[in-house]
Design a binder for this molecule. Sequence first.
Ligand SMILES: CC(C)(COP(=O)(O)OP(=O)(O)OC[C@H]1O[C@@H](n2cnc3c(N)ncnc32)[C@H](O)[C@@H]1OP(=O)(O)O)[C@@H](O)C(=O)NCCC(=O)NCCS
Length: 331
Amino acid sequence: MSRSVGILGLGKYLPPRIVTNADIVAMGIDTSDEWIVDRTGIRERRIVDESMATSDMAVIAAQRAMERAQVEAKEIDLVIVATTSPDYLGFPSTACLVQDRLGLRNVGAFDLSAACSGFVYAMTTGAQFVETGHCKKVLVIGADCLSKWVDWTDRSSCILFGDGAGAAILGEVQPGRGIITSTLNSDGSEASILMIKDGGTRSMFSKTTLDTQANHIYMEGRSVFKVAVNTVVTALVDSLNKAGLTPQDIDLLVPHQANARIIEYVSGKLGLPPTKVFSNIEKYGNTSAASIPIALDEAVSEGRLVPGQIVATIGFGAGFTWATSILRWGV
Ligand SMILES: CC(C)(COP(=O)(O)OP(=O)(O)OC[C@H]1O[C@@H](n2cnc3c(N)ncnc32)[C@H](O)[C@@H]1OP(=O)(O)O)[C@@H](O)C(=O)NCCC(=O)NCCS
């Protein structure tokens, strides 16, 4: 019989520096608190200081998850860091830096690139190792530092993103608990609507890169909005069907926190009342791969997610990628 795999403990890290919408206006960006709140639901976000990088946040989130799960470093078999803002372009992976700082030895460590869908992709990937018996405990982290990738002259994207990390320890749970079903999806034909154009092997970093800000996030906001809403509802319903469930069975929806209007659209389509939908976007903005584990951590701390409940997560982001995972909460 195959093993049931679930989340044994969660941890999060958010940088202490709060940047409000008013702070963004004060930076000289042609926008307003009213516009940002109305179009996105975001009131403030957390931004790292210059010296902090993605692995620094990931390590703290991981330590907190290990504490909650009461798992020691020597018990962890594998580290997966979902990120698209690694400490270094190319290599070494952020996962290796995290593995070393946590004092983990003889473990595999790799980064997973699926942008804002990264955590659900990484959790689904990590779960396979536990299910097959290849690993006993897997550390899965979603961490992004998109404030460093943002084009701070582009008012349509710089208002959206914040920094943060969320971590989960995956392990075997009792039958009937944990991940019930997951789906991973992609559509590379939509790659151009959300990308960082320069710095990779397609278009190397050059002097023009700096002049055109092409080492920063390029985003066609309306297209991203449309692709997101057109894909995630179908994916989640398919996922529920696979599990023999319907939207009415969801106790808590934990969607990627990209835009309050996307969250409202998706929950409306699924017929879910606000009490069954978790959102913290007003405090943190879009923390990319970190948004779902941070939200899960807060849902548990606030008592909105308790053992036995059905929680549905949906990630979506650049690639284009989207992914869902449905769990029965608890160990
Ligand atoms: C970016 C986003 C908030 C823009 O909202 P929108 O309602 O689609 O607005 P549009 O892009 O159509 O722009 C409408 C107008 O607002 C302006 N505008 C854009 N950003 C603005 C800002 N921060 N402040 C004030 N005005 C702004 C535009 O310039 C445009 O002006 P125009 O009509 O004079 O040309 C929205 O498209 C969005 O959230 N998309 C999804 C992005 C996302 O989630 N990305 C990450 C995915 S993981």
